[in-house]
Design a protein around this ligand. Structure first.
Ligand code: IDP
Ligand code: MG
Length: 140
C-alpha cells in the first residue's frame, strides 16, 4: 500500500473536554504521523463550506452549530494507507456502533458529538487538506 495523507479534525467536544492528548496518543500509536497541524475556531461560513456535501441532510444546521461551538484541531496525518487506517481507528460515525478500542467508542458523546473527523477517500483528503493548509505549513 502507498503512503497517503488524510485530514484529521479533533472536534469541539474533544477540545472542550481536554481530550486532544489522549486522542492523539491513539492516533500516534497507530503509526500515523502528523505532518501539519493547528488549533483554530471555525466560522459559520467555513463550517458550512467544509460540510457542504451534507447541506441537504436534516442534521446539517445542528452539525454546523456544533462545529463552531468551540475550537477544533486540524492535522494532516501521513502513513501507509492513511485514509483507511485513520477511518478504522476512528470507528463508526455513531459511537454506539463503533468497535472497541476505536476513538469514537472511547471518547465520543453521541452520533453528532463524535470527537473526530477523517477524510473518506484520497480524493476528498486532497480537497480537505487544501481547505485548511498551504504548502508552507507542512514539515515533511
Ligand atoms: P463521518 O464523520 O463518519 O464521515 P458523515 O456521514 O460524513 O460521518 O457525517 C459527518 C458528521 O455529521 C458526523 O461525523 C457527525 O458529526 C454528523 N452526523 C452524521 N450523521 C448524523 C446524524 O444522524 N445525526 C446527527 N449528526 C450526524
Ligand atoms: Mg464523512
Amino acid at each position: 500500500m502507498a503512503i497517503e495523507r488524510t485530514l484529521s479534525i479533533l472536534k469541539p467536544d474533544a477540545c472542550l473536554r481536554n481530550l486532544t492528548g489522549r486522542i492523539m496518543t491513539v492516533i500516534e500509536d497507530s503509526g500515523l504521523r502528523v505532518v501539519a497541524g493547528k488549533r483554530l475556531q471555525l466560522t459559520q461560513e467555513r463550517a458550512e463550506a467544509f460540510y457542504a456535501v451534507h447541506k441537504d441532510r436534516p442534521f446539517f444546521g445542528d452539525l454546523v452549530s456544533y462545529m463552531i461551538s468551540g475550537p477544533v484541531e486540524v492535522r494532516v496525518l501521513e502513513g501507509e494507507g492513511a485514509v483507511a487506517k485513520y477511518r478504522e481507528i476512528m470507528g463508526a460515525t455513531n459511537p454506539a456502533e463503533a468497535a472497541d478500542g476505536t476513538i469514537r467508542k472511547l471518547f465520543a458523546e453521541n452520533v453528532e458529538r463524535n470527537s473526530v473527523h477523517g477524510s473518506d477517500s484520497q480524493e476528498n483528503a486532497a480537497k480537505e487538506i487544501a481547505f485548511f493548509f498551504t504548502p508552507e505549513e507542512f514539515t515533511g
